[in-house]
Every structure is written in structure tokens, then in C-alpha cells.
Design a protein around this ligand. Structure first.
Ligand code: FES
Length: 255
């Protein structure tokens, strides 16, 4: 179904009659308020609000954008401009798991392209395609990703943004088959694996879902990543200290 909305609305004139209160009910609105209260300027809350929408609906719907616009007194066009710019906001329903394969230069050269090809053939989908029914157990959305900031552990992939380092096509295939069976193999580091929607709730800033207790406790650093700091320590290299009396600009009044 093609979703359409009016791109010509302005934040002064906008109304949002299509926000379904059965989807975006009191509990979601309370969460939205908690997010908005964190920021001096309400509109700064848009990014975590869009993650909240994804945690509720599994992707960013037109209705979800209208919900954000309503909460922040923005136009749907302003929200759409943000939601369609960043790749972490999905416009199509996502699977239980989002598998992101890095195919940027270093990972590609070390096997990322082969991993992506292997998973695409196994799942029978291409970029942003979903194998299975979105949201149901074992459904997998596949995407190729730009550099995932783990080049020292290439080739890498992420499941719901948790890292699986030093992958091979065979290891990645085994991982995806396990996900399809409903298993949740432990990531190489960091938080335990949850579902896409639970990860989105964490990205919105709420740590009250499954596995949330451990979600910020796991170490995300690998020995390879710490090698630079180790060499600096061994050689007595330090960065200039941050002055304690550095003047910071005043916070603007809450709008
Ligand atoms: S190129 Fe893959 S993590 Fe940087």
C-alpha cells in the first residue's frame, strides 16, 4: 500500500488527525514525554522519538512520523526529511532481526562481499529484503551497510546493531540459520542479542526490555581496538588535559 501525506504543511498549521491512539496510546505518549523532557529544545528529541516509533511498529510508518510531528509541533515534512535521511530508520517492516553486513572497503576486501552474497542467496532477498513475515520469529531483514566502525575486526556484521566480528561466509550463514531457528547466539562483545524492536527501544533510551540489565554492562572493546591505547600507555604518551575551568555556553531555555 502506498502511503501519502501532505509535504506542504508547516509546523504552525499542522494537525494530525491520522495518529491512531490505539497504536500510539497513553503509554507511548508517556514515553515520548520522557524523551522530550531530556532536551532543552523539544525538536532535538526527534531522533530518539523515531526509534521509539520503530520499537512500537517495527518501522517508521507515515502514522509514526505524524505522531512525532504532533509530539514536537513539527510538520510531517520536517519529520520525513529526517526519517528518510538516516539509514537506521526503516520505511519497510523489519524482521525479528536486522542483519547488517559491512561491505565497505576493508570489510569487502576481506570477505564482506562474499558474506553478503552468501546470506542473500540463502535468504533469497536483496538489500532491505525480509525473509519470512516481518516481526515474526525467525524473520530476517538483510542489508548491506557502510563502515560499521570496526575495521580492526573486519569483516564484521551486526544483528540488531550488535557486533559479530571476524566473520566468514560459513560463520555468517550458521549465525543466520540459528537466528531463523529462534536462537540468539552471543555477539562477539557488548550487549546480549535481543530483537530488533527491543534494540530500538534501547536506542530510544529505555532499558526496561529483555536483557536490558546486561545491555549496558557488557564490554564493547576488543583487544585490537585497545591496541592504540596500549601502545600509548607503554610509551607514556598522553593527550593534553581538558581544562577544569573551560567555559561552556549557557543552555537555552526549554522550548
Ligand atoms: S570497513 Fe567494515 S567496519 Fe569499517
Amino acid at each position: 500500500m502506498t502511503e501519502q501525506f501532505d509535504f506542504t504543511t508547516t509546523s504552525e498549521s499542522v494537525t494530525h488527525p491520522r495518529v491512531d491512539t490505539s497504536v500510539f496510546g497513553e503509554d507511548v505518549r508517556a514515553d515520548a514525554k520522557r524523551i522530550i523532557d531530556r532536551y532543552p529544545e523539544s525538536r532535538s528529541a526527534l531522533l530518539p522519538l523515531l526509534h521509539l516509533v520503530q520499537s512500537v511498529q517495527g518501522h517508521v510508518t507515515t502514522e509514526g512520523m505524524e505522531f512525532c510531528a504532533e509530539q514536537l509541533a513539527l510538520s510531517t515534512a520536517e519529520v520525513s526529511a529526517v526519517a528518510t535521511f538516516y539509514t537506521m530508520y526503516k520505511r519497510k517492516p523489519c524482521g525479528q532481526h536486522l542483519v547488517s553486513v559491512c561491505t565497505n572497503t576493508l570489510c569487502a576486501a576481506l570477505g564482506g562481499d562474499a558474506i553478503y552474497r552468501e546470506l542473500g542467496e540463502h535468504l533469497g532477498v536483496g538489500h532491505e529484503g525480509t525473509a519470512g513475515t516481518p516481526g515474526e520469529q525467525g524473520s530476517i531483514t538483510l542489508e548491506h551497510a557502510e563502515c560499521l566502525a570496526a575495521c580492526d575486526l573486519a569483516p564484521v556484521l551486526q544483528v540488531n546493531y550488535e557486533y559479530y566480528d571476524k566473520q566468514t561466509p560459513q560463520a555468517a550463514l550458521e549465525l543466520v540459520k540459528a537466528l531463523q531457528r529462534g536462537e540468539k547466539p552471543a555477539p562477539s562483545r557488548g550487549a546480549p542479542l535481543t530483537d530488533f524492536r527491543d534494540a530500538e527501544r534501547q536506542l530510544a533510551g529505555f532499558f526496561d526490555g529483555p536483557g536490558a540489565d546486561e545491555s549496558v554492562a557488557g564490554s564493547s572493546a576488543a583487544p585490537e581496538t585497545l591496541q592504540g591505547a596500549k601502545v600509548a600507555h607503554e610509551n607514556g604518551w598522553t593527550a593534553p588535559a581538558m581544562p577544569d575551568d573551560a567555559e561552556l555556553p549557557p543552555l537555552p531555555e526549554k522550548k
